[in-house]
Design a binder for this molecule. Structure first.
Ligand code: FES
Length: 242
């Protein structure tokens, strides 16, 4: 029985964990199977660096890293000699001990590494949901770009007030709320967050088209053309002061 010991990580595994690992699959998959929600923005395809871990035991027993993995590791935050991408390391018979770095590449600016943002600004699927269909659609958009995630904000629009703005972005802005939801790195403009909280983003077929749809419980009125919307008067007053 192969064991994996995970050292404590403040957010992902506060008390640490030791578990019987499944052989033949990656360390990342093993962690996810144990509900350790390590980032894996590229869905384990060796394209994002967010699944970086450090092997404090068992490093020499690991399968060899590919050139692609080595290139990506160069960008990892907190790179160490025993760093690997957990999605590219396969569990065999050897026990492993791993440390999940405090930060990932998505939490720091590429050119100005700095302390990550306020932990209060971490989003979970309780705050914002992305359906499987929407996640597949966004994942395809991200894979055909060099962006690391999507950024959502509100902007003035149309006859009824506001519209959603969705951008593919490479880096988080320091003040953004952020999280990985259904495999998608999501950044939300800080001032827009209150108005988006509880939203479910879906991808639906409408007549002959398919489109992303925001099901936002905070919206109180929509214009007839469906292009813009508004909030109840208290929220709208707050938003107009932004
Ligand atoms: S999940 Fe993207 S490189 Fe491992």
């Amino acid at each position: 029985m192969t064991k994996i010991k995970v050292l404590p990580h403040a957010q992902l595994c506060p008390d640490g964990l030791e578990f019987n690992a499944e052989k033949g699959i990656s360390v990342c998959e093993n962690l996810l199977n144990q509900d350790i929600d390590i980032e894996h923005a590229c869905e384990l395809s060796c394209a994002c660096t967010t699944c970086h871990v450090i092997f404090t035991e068992g490093f020499n027993s690991l399968n060899e890293s590919s050139d692609d993995e080595e290139d990506l590791l160069d960008k990892a935050w907190g790179l160490e000699p025993r760093s690997r991408l957990s999605c590219q390391t396969i569990v065999t018979d050897s026990d492993l001990e791993i440390e999940i770095p405090k930060y990932t590449i998505n939490m720091v600016s590429e050119n100005h590494p700095k302390a990550p943002r306020n932990e209060d600004k971490k989003i979970s699927s309780i705050d914002f949901e992305i359906s499987n269909k929407a996640a597949n659609h966004l994942s395809a958009m991200l894979n055909s770009s060099d962006s690391s995630g999507i950024r959502i904000s509100l902007e003035d629009s149309g006859c009824s007030g506001y519209a959603y703005k969705l951008d593919l972005v490479k880096n988080i802005e320091e003040s953004d709320f952020s999280g990985t939801i259904n495999g998608i790195n999501l950044y939300i403009h800080d001032k827009s967050f209150t108005f988006l909280k509880g939203t479910k983003l879906d991808f639906i077929q409408k007549n002959l088209n398919e489109e992303l749809v925001f099901n936002n419980p905070n919206v109180s009125a929509e214009c007839g053309c469906g292009e813009s919307f508004n909030f109840d008067s208290t929220l709208a007053t707050e938003l107009s002061s932004i």
